[in-house]
Ligand binder design. Structure first.
Ligand SMILES: *Cc1c(COP(=O)(O)O)cnc(C)c1O
Length: 397
């Protein structure tokens, strides 16, 4: 094989991406990531954040973070297992277990880290993992890291899952089997069929693993997809993030005490990466307290989600089959989708286009994430901009 230098590799690949118009240019915000954001001096209605409940800019969270910095400083100083566990981390984990209805919980530096941590702490090369084909990238990477056999099943196709679980179990090739799914799928907003998944798991003795990054704070009156179905006793691993609806940063695994005990001695991001900062932990605790005490923000999120969906649908847009506030607006062809998102931006709406290979070819979409912090006026304005751009580009009549 002919050799290649770093310079050659980068030039070749960057040119290729730029030539195809696929090189993602990042727009820095000049404001908080609230319902209206400022980019290049322009104010835009923001339909692209995961700040579902508006808590990322909540005064109560900011106050909690400030107080934690005053008391504990800005850094935790060490990994959790040396002396980077502050009393605040313990309190957060107790709150998370209560919030999720499990015996215990363990916090990590991100949701991405949770999947790196938890899957490979339990699964190895003698095992197999049944994984929904639309699972998040961090689940895919976590599975690869474990070196278990990865068996993909068609998206939410329970017949396919059952057949593959049966085959894996009867083959006698694997010691442990696990099924992994997102709780809510982020591109379409559909909900995993957890009752059916649990039934199949019981039949073929599979461990169950649900990554509820987009379900927590959203479904089950805020407690998530597992609670939504009342399956707290049936799911072995409940993964969550503190970075989306909770509004801060971090992630967690909730489950039985012995699982959490094991993760504390065997999961590598817990052992080898410095723990969450005092400010992040204190703000997350405050956030969970708000969610536990009141469903007001959760209700407003659903109201706004339904309002936006109704508005776009009445205009004739294809908004797919979302069952959550995530509102895809399916445009179709890739270039047209990118152009549509660009025109929305010029008119005052920030909503990102998502195209192949993130979603199947020909199903390019602009994904809208309404939050509890949007007002009806903001949503009305966004809908009228959608109407203008949709008519102009011939997407609607
Ligand atoms: C966003 C997301 C993550 C990553 O969470 P972070 O806290 O942002 O690292 C993991 N899993 C799923 C399903 C997600 O949607």
């Amino acid at each position: 094989m002919s050799s290649q230098t770093l310079e050659q590799f980068l030039n070749e690949n960057l040119e290729d991406l730029r030539g195809k118009g696929l090189y993602n240019v990042i727009d820095p915000l000049e404001s908080p990531n609230g319902p209206v954001i400022k980019i290049n001096g322009r104010e835009l209605i923001n339909l692209s954040s995961n700040n579902y409940l508006g808590l990322a800019t909540d005064e109560r969270l900011k106050k909690a973070a400030e107080q934690a910095i005053e008391k504990y400083g800005v850094g935790a100083g060490a990994v959790r297992t040396i002396n980077g566990t502050l009393e605040l981390h313990v309190k957060l984990e107790e709150k998370l277990a209560e919030f999720k209805g499990t015996e215990a919980a363990i916090a990590y530096q991100s949701g991405f880290n949770c999947n790196m941590a938890a899957i490979s702490a339990v699964m190895d090369k003698n095992d197999a993992i049944l994984s929904d084909e639309l699972n998040h990238a961090s689940i895919i990477d976590g599975c690869r890291l474990s070196r278990a056999k990865i068996i993909r099943y068609n998206h939410s196709d329970m017949e396919d899952l059952r057949a593959k679980a049966k085959e894996a179990r009867e083959s006698g090739l694997y010691k442990k089997l696990m099924v992994i799914t997102d709780g809510v799928f982020s591109m379409d907003g559909d909900i995993a069929l957890l009752p059916e998944i649990v039934e199949i798991a019981e039949e073929f003795d599979l461990m169950t693993y649900v990554d509820d990054a987009h379900g927590s704070g959203v479904l089950g009156k805020g407690a998530g997809t597992v609670k939504h179905f009342g399956l707290q006793d049936k799911i072995d691993f409940q993964i969550g993030t503190l970075s989306k609806a909770i509004g801060v940063v971090g992630g967690y695994v909730a489950g039985k005490q012995n699982l959490i005990d094991w993760l504390k001695v065997r999961s590598r991001p817990f052992l080898f990466s410095t723990s969450l900062t005092p400010a992040d932990v204190a703000a997350s605790i405050q956030s969970i307290e708000i969610l536990t005490e009141s469903t007001e923000l959760n209700e407003r999120l659903w109201e706004n989600g339904n309002y936006l969906k109704k508005g776009l649908k009445e205009l004739g847009f294809n908004i797919g089959d979302s069952e959550t506030p995530i509102t895809p607006c399916i445009i179709g062809e890739e270039k047209l989708t990118q152009q549509f998102s660009k025109r929305l931006n010029e008119e005052g709406v920030y909503a990102k286009s998502i195209v192949f290979p993130t979603v199947p070819a020909g199903t390019g979409r602009v994904r809208n994430m309404p939050t509890a912090a949007h007002t009806k006026e903001m949503l009305d304005k966004a809908i009228s901009i959608y109407e203008k751009v949709g008519k102009e580009m011939g997407v609607i009549n």
